[in-house]
Design a protein around this ligand. Structure first.
Ligand SMILES: [Zn+2]
Length: 445
């Protein structure tokens, strides 16, 4: 019998949502038991069905973390062997989430996006019956995305005839036709809006031009969710002033959807029905550490202890005043990928150099472009106290061969034969406390 679910019966979905509702009210010990069982379930499924995990030691607690680079190199080893690929969605990741591509997603995986939205609503304190009562049209939520391609669609959600979202509209790429999106919002009056920061920014600026007299959204919005990158403080303030309510920010990645979202107290609670997040903090002086996610719902391609590329600090227990006992992502220092510049001022993708950077024997790197031809590579030497002995990275400084290869690759990437690349090693975390870590930095020039 196939272990991969291709069609989810409605009663199975409802049972899953009931389990989510139980967990929203669960005690700390019940939450811990649930998490342990969910981890064991995904590990035993992976051991039995997925080539990569079958070839590891039989003891999952000794499994190494999973790097994006490894996933990219051996993608098909992560597909469950009894997957019927024709029934699965093959998903290409892109944009800020970066390098890994070709995710196989089964029916549960496809449902995750809706479930995570419902969890975000519940965590933000939006009462679902209240939400339902406020629905005057068949559109509950409009999602705004600045990703490429213009699409406009409505579709029924498979989950919930009892309390949830009946229809859900997505407007992609609002800069293409933002005015019609605003008209749609004003005619449908969806109680929820979700989107990425850039899409919200574009929406607000067009709204001000179209309706200069409107300083506030002219109908009540119940839920405002940022669904992509962490919001900047100025944008958060603008959104909260215009819509008259707090934005529920979230931590998300394309490979897993939403991982954690904000409650009314401002804490980021990890969505434990769908995934757990771990951080391996080296010391109390440096509270930030690499974040690993283990994703539960996608049997077609399970990701276990997957290196998100982000840094932060997770506590396994919640002491949040909202009462929810789900673990909390305390500090978050995300990554941000920037384009390099050539001497004509045109952006150049760092994609040619990133595979080399990912193979460096270092714990962390940051490439800084100071002028068109002047670069610095900062790196943090691997600390062997990190519990990851099987990593391919070793504790050593960079040797001359690596430095020369990097210089050559970078010079070809930006087409500048005369560029220089300086190197500086450090034992400290390269990010600044409380600030977003960037692996590629282009200084203004
Ligand atoms: Zn809370």
């Amino acid at each position: 019998m196939s272990s991969v679910i291709n069609h989810i019966p409605v009663d199975v979905l409802h049972a899953f949502w009931q389990e989510c509702e139980r967990l929203l009210l669960a005690s700390q010990s019940e939450v811990q038991v649930y998490i342990e069982q969910a981890i064991q379930a995904v590990q035993s499924h992976a051991k039995e069905h997925v080539p990569y995990y079958r070839n590891l030691t039989p003891f999952p607690e000794a499994w190494p973390t999973l790097s994006k680079y490894r996933l990219q190199q051996t993608t098909e080893d992560f597909w469950a062997m009894d997957v019927d690929a024709s029934d699965c969605l093959l998903w290409q990741t892109s944009g800020s989430t970066g390098e890994p591509t070709r995710f196989l997603v089964d029916a549960w995986g496809q449902t995750v996006r809706e479930v995570s939205l419902l969890l975000s609503l519940s965590i933000a304190g939006v009462s679902l019956p209240h939400l339902k009562a406020s629905i005057s049209t068949d559109t509950v939520m409009i999602r705004l995305s600045s990703s490429e391609g213009l699409q406009q669609w409505h579709r029924p959600l498979p989950l919930l005839d009892n309390c949830l979202l009946q229809k859900f509209a997505v407007f992609e790429h609002p800069e293409c036709d933002v005015d019609s999106v605003i008209e749609k919002i004003l005619s449908l009056k969806p109680p929820c809006l979700a989107g990425d920061p850039q899409a919200f920014e574009i929406l607000l600026s067009h709204w001000r031009v179209l309706y200069p007299e409107q300083t506030h959204c002219p109908y009540p919005v119940l839920f405002l969710s940022n669904g992509a990158n962490v919001l900047s403080e100025p944008l958060r303030q603008k959104l909260e002033a215009f819509f008259g309510l707090a934005v529920s920010d979230c931590y998300a990645m394309a490979e897993t959807s939403v991982i954690a979202s904000q409650c009314p107290q401002g804490s980021f609670h990890v969505h434990i029905p769908l995934n757990i997040l771990e951080s391996n903090n080296e010391s109390s002086e440096n509270p930030s550490a690499p974040l690993w996610v283990t994703h539960f719902p996608n049997a077609a391609m399970p990701l276990i202890r997957y290196e998100t590329g982000d840094w932060g600090n997770v506590s396994t227990k919640s002491d949040c005043h909202c009462g929810l006992q789900w673990p909390i992502l305390h500090t978050f220092e995300g990554r941000q990928r920037r384009f390099l510049m050539n001497s004509s001022g045109d952006p150049v993708s760092p994609s040619k150099i990133i595979p080399l950077l990912n193979q460096l024997p270092v714990a962390q790197y940051q490439l800084i472009q100071k002028t068109a031809t002047d670069f610095e590579l900062r790196y943090r030497i691997q600390n062997q106290s990190i519990l990851n002995p099987s990593t391919e990275k070793a504790s050593s400084d960079l040797d001359q061969g690596i430095k020369t290869a990097l210089q050559l690759a970078l010079s070809q990437a930006i087409n500048e034969p005369a560029m220089t690349l300086a190197f500086s090693g450090s034992e400290q975390h390269l990010g600044e406390p409380g600030k977003k870590f960037q692996d590629i930095v282009v200084l203004g020039f």
